[in-house]
Ligand binder design. Sequence first.
Ligand code: NAD
Length: 449
Amino acid sequence: MSDKYQSFTNSAIGKIVAKNLGLPQPTKLERYAAGDPLVQGTVLTGGRGRVADELAGLLDVLGIASVGVRTEGERYKGLVFDATGITSAADLVTLQEFFTPVLRSLEKCARVLVIGTPPEEVEGGERVAQRALEGFTRSLGKEIGKGGTVQLAYVADGYEGSLLSTLGFYLSPKSAYVSGQVVRVGAHGETKADAAAGLDWSRPLAGKVAFVTGASRGIGEEIARVLHRDGATIVGLDVPQASDSLIRVMNELEGDWLTLDITAPDAPQRIAQHLKDKHGGVDIVVHNAGVTLDKKLANQTPERFGTVLRINLEAPERITAELLAQKAVRPNGRIVGVASIAGIAGNLGQTSYAASKAGVIGFVDSLTEELATSGAGITVNAVAPGFIITQMTAAVPFATREVGQRLNAMAQGGLPVDVAETIAWYAHPASTAVNGNVVRVCGQMMLGA
Ligand code: NAD
């Protein structure tokens, strides 16, 4: 499954045609390969606040070269601006002063990260100014071009050292198709990350068990591959009809498998039993299995509507409740939901699907505080993919598919690996304070923006 339009516009003749007709020319995005350094170039840091003093040290732990002063003629692969010192609307101009002179000196697929204070933690003019950062970063994301991305991380006071895994994700090609996102680190009183302590950064999930539903193909297969690359033992699940391909993938990853329908009444108990008996518990739970049964509501049947909700929403709720009740999720565990841009923006013919995926966001909200204050270091987050090129989207009619792929700041569809890398960031042992987030993996899609 490939993007034929992008291949064409990247050919010599295609470049000329696209330029003359004013058609979008998607940049070939850089993606991470095992063994690569996180950043192939230099990161320029700026701004003044709580994070600035620690930033060079954190980047150093990640093996990322950084400088604090811009040199004329120098090109940069990334920019990090500490905006936690911005306490009034008048201070916001420091953003323009830092960014304008350097934006033309960025390399292709550059990464920009602005770090602020969660607005709800401060009052008055500071709260106003910190909220303003969202508009700034989301707009810059639409301007940066050439495969660049722009994000905002709100880090709570005292959680500066917990930014490590977020810096590693947002500054590297692992976040190739993630842009215009706002995340919170430590905003709910989470356990602080014991940042660099004894971690093998090339295999951060070594010794961990990751359970992935819908793992026989598409996004789920790629999630399994990326978590395995990072060192985890994979337990993949899929329906019995998909057992051949599930077993093939799991054999390749030296993993374990379970074939059952997650909507079966005894599915949560069977899953919990399997994970406890064979693996002594689980560290990472990824609720990826999902279906669409699209129809306009006027033509909908209770069977189709109900099936989508049972698979996409009720099953993750029931499985999670059982795993937590049986204490099968180990300390510093991770629960990850797979929502969708449709759950944020809505979509024609997708009332059931969008309800289920908005429900996944509600599922994250409902568990965030409880897990943050439980002291076990367990987090819950979700990804909301936009247009990802898989068998699910290959079934979409050509014209709708073509428009769907171009309606984002990167003018292209994402790959399953882009969703998987985002989940690997949530799963990282240093992401203990990354909790309660829903990150869109959508190339900054215009819908629901
Ligand atoms: P896919 O259809 O290729 O894979 C889904 C997998 O889930 C399949 O292997 C299927 O057998 C399994 N599954 C379905 N029902 C199940 C059940 N009852 N029990 C156990 N397993 C079941 O789809 P995909 O494109 O890889 O999507 C994966 C997830 O990402 C889904 O939750 C989907 O809604 C979400 N998503 C995908 C896109 C996209 O563009 N592809 C966009 C947004 C969200």
